[in-house]
Design a protein around this ligand. Structure first.
Ligand SMILES: O=C(O)C/C=C\CC(=O)C(=O)O
Length: 294
């Protein structure tokens, strides 16, 4: 199942993407005789349907295909927000691809290196990245992000994927001057409206192997990062297990799993995003972000 958040009358509404068309989740749930609270969000849907989304999918897809006229619209015609906009946590892993660690001149980490963003950092899959007034050193970081599906504390790596609802794409744009000015990365990583995420949360049953996904970042059509999630130092399962050892992960929590080599700041000469640049991040089987820098 592909869960999206589409904008209607200035508000984000949960939707389900079926055959390139978005259907309103509350309407679909009502049509199949299930409860649909007026304020439903994708996070609540994950909480309420934890572990049972596949069964729900079968029923809603059948209902949507029988009533195609109830679609809200074609995905390309709608403004999307991040697929989850009300997470309790947005966590990120830094330095999680060997060649990326090498390009930064750092030592390989002995454990996942975790930092945080906020819901206010996130924007949708085609929203503008409006940060250039705050920094002349804006960089891209294409990343695979994980969305948690069930409460998760102290899980072993071999059980960790059972707690993952699905995957999405995230661009961990980073203001390098602000990130590296002190010892904490937050100012450069958590600027309001800096971080495209989406277009959909793709449930894990639709992904052949999360550790075998091609990931590419392009700026104005030029390939800047091209890698595969098989090169991660800490796998998704390792990362979820590690984080769950010190806090409880909740349905809807987002974890960005790190960026591969090719970031702008480590090029010669350094490459910085400027207003008007078009940044794409694409991950096979998961989706594509396309954002203009402002
Ligand atoms: O310049 C450095 O040493 C750090 C640059 C990139 C690391 C990073 O931001 C990451 O998320 O990984």
């Amino acid at each position: 199942m592909k869960l999206v958040n589409y904008e209607s009358q200035g508000k984000l509404q949960p939707g389900i993407l079926i055959d390139e068309h978005v259907f309103d989740t509350k309407r679909l749930l009502t049509a199949i005789g299930e409860d649909a609270p007026a304020q439903l969000t994708n996070r609540q849907l994950l909480t309420q349907w934890q572990g049972k989304l596949a069964a729900l999918e079968e029923r809603v897809v059948k209902s949507a295909r029988a009533n195609p006229e109830t679609a809200v619209g074609q995905i390309s015609k709608l403004r999307l927000g991040p697929p989850i906009h009300d997470s309790s946590k947005v966590l990120c892993v830094g330095l999680n691809y060997r060649d990326h660690v090498a390009e930064t001149g750092r030592k390989l980490p002995s454990a996942p290196d975790i930092f945080c963003k906020f819901n206010t950092s996130l924007i949708g899959a085609t929203d503008d990245i409006a940060c250039t007034s705050l920094t002349p050193n804006l960089d891209f970081e294409g990343e695979l992000a994980v969305v948690i599906g069930k409460p998760c504390r102290n899980v072993k790596p071999e059980e960790a994927l059972d707690y993952v609802a699905g995957l999405t794409v995230l661009n961990d744009t980073s203001a390098r001057d602000l990130q590296l000015r002190g010892t904490q990365w937050t100012p450069g990583k958590a600027i309001d409206g800096s971080t495209p995420c989406g277009p959909a949360l793709v449930t894990l049953n639709e992904i052949s192997n999360p550790q075998e996904l091609d990931i590419q970042t392009r700026v104005n059509g030029e390939v800047m990062q091209s890698s595969n999630t098989s090169y991660q130092i800490f796998s998704i399962a390792d990362v979820v297990s590690f984080i769950s050892s010190f806090l409880e992960l909740s349905p809807g929590d987002i974890i960005a799993t790190g960026t591969p080599e090719g970031i702008g700041s480590k090029r010669t000469p350094p490459f910085w995003l400027k207003a008007g640049d078009v940044v794409e991040v694409e991950i096979s089987e998961v989706g594509r972000l396309l954002n203009v820098v402002r």
